[in-house]
Design a binder for this molecule. Structure first.
Ligand SMILES: [Ca+2]
Ligand SMILES: [Ca+2]
Length: 337
């Protein structure tokens, strides 16, 4: 009878083990399926991208307000571009096309056309910008659009996320349209390699066509958007990040701008994520703020147990198996005697 009860106990252990093994396997498969989907279907998703919407009829103050966080009060706002304010606006619902859902868009053409099928190429016969020209060896710039403002820093770190797009890529002859983001006078819009952000410094996926030097072209930052019928540029950068340490309480001067280079046509655009500067105040009495600027990932996020739980399950499984086989070995030994 004792052997029978222990055998039933062993069966219960085995049922428990399989009950834990199956969810653990499901976790692994879900993760693999997610990765596989990203790799396999990214080009198709790009082809079906839904574009986005742009509004250029907002005021200069609202443009900057869309860019900064809720706690930041910008002042000394100056926006330069065409007289009809077509070169700047706010955009929404653009995650599929540009990798950023909403924010501020700048264009060396008509910002209203960035989510259309035709190649953006519009001349305003507008002036360039000396700071942008300096980024590319003093080359002549045209149709520049710039935003400048001041604010008092409330956080020790400024973070901008942005995407540079251009109709210059995929042309027989390219011009080195350029973007600059100056924080207290220093350009912080740089590729991870240290190069400025321009048509010529971001190599296309085929490694062509721009032979600029210096600075050396950088690979790995180009996204081919030729197949996106709701995007007016043949390519864009990946989502790039600019970070700058500042002292809370100090006045920070921001200047960001974009320009055609060499001539006024085959435009480029810049998409800056909204609420890039500052954010909601951090309450020191509530360190775990799920909706705060630095949410802490909790266990079971998105319905998928974190890896640590799966590892714990394996330890439990092994322990239970060892215990079960120990019981079985003991009973077999007794049964033989
Ligand atoms: Ca151009
Ligand atoms: Ca232009």
């Amino acid at each position: 009878m004792a052997f029978g009860r222990r055998f039933i106990l062993l069966l219960l252990v085995i049922v428990l083990v399989f009950g834990m093994v199956l969810p653990a396997s499901a976790v692994d498969r879900s993760v693999e399926a997610t990765d596989s989907a990203d790799d396999t279907f990214a080009p198709q998703i790009m082809a079906l991208a839904a574009g986005g919407t742009v509004n250029t009829t907002v005021s200069d103050a609202d443009i900057v307000k869309s860019l900064v966080g809720a706690n930041v009060v910008p002042y000394n706002i100056v926006i330069k571009g065409d007289a009809s304010n077509l070169q700047r606006g706010v955009f929404t619902n653009a995650l599929d096309s540009v990798g950023i859902a909403n924010g501020v868009v700048l264009s060396t053409g008509d910002a209203n056309s960035v989510f259309t099928s035709h190649n953006s190429s519009m001349s305003f016969s507008g002036p360039g910008d000396a700071d942008l020209s300096n980024l590319i060896g003093g080359a002549a710039t045209h149709d520049a659009v710039t935003i400048e403002f001041d604010f008092v820093a409330d956080l020790p770190l400024l973070t901008f996320r942005y995407v540079f797009a251009s109709a210059e890529w995929n042309q027989p002859v390219t011009f080195n349209d350029v973007f600059g983001l100056f924080i207290n006078g220093e350009n912080m819009a740089l590729l991870p390699t240290g190069s400025v952000v321009s048509v010529g410094t971001i190599l296309t996926d085929s490694g062509l066509p721009w032979p600029v030097s210096p600075p050396p072209p950088s690979k790995g930052y180009f996204v081919n958007t030729v197949a996106d019928e709701n995007f007016a540029f043949d390519g864009r950068s990946v989502v790039l990040t600019c970070e700058k340490n500042v002292t809370p309480g100090e006045v920070v001067h921001i200047k960001l701008g974009l320009a055609d280079v060499g001539d006024n046509v085959y435009d480029s655009a810049l998409f800056l994520e909204g609420n890039s500067i500052g954010g909601p105040p951090i309450d020191p009495n509530q360190p775990d703020q799920p909706d705060g600027p630095n949410p802490q990932p909790g266990p079971g996020a998105n319905g998928v147990p974190p890896t640590g739980d799966a590892v714990s399950s394996v330890y439990w499984m092994v322990g239970l198996l060892v215990m079960g086989f120990g019981i079985l070995a003991s009973d077999i030994k007794k049964f033989r005697h």
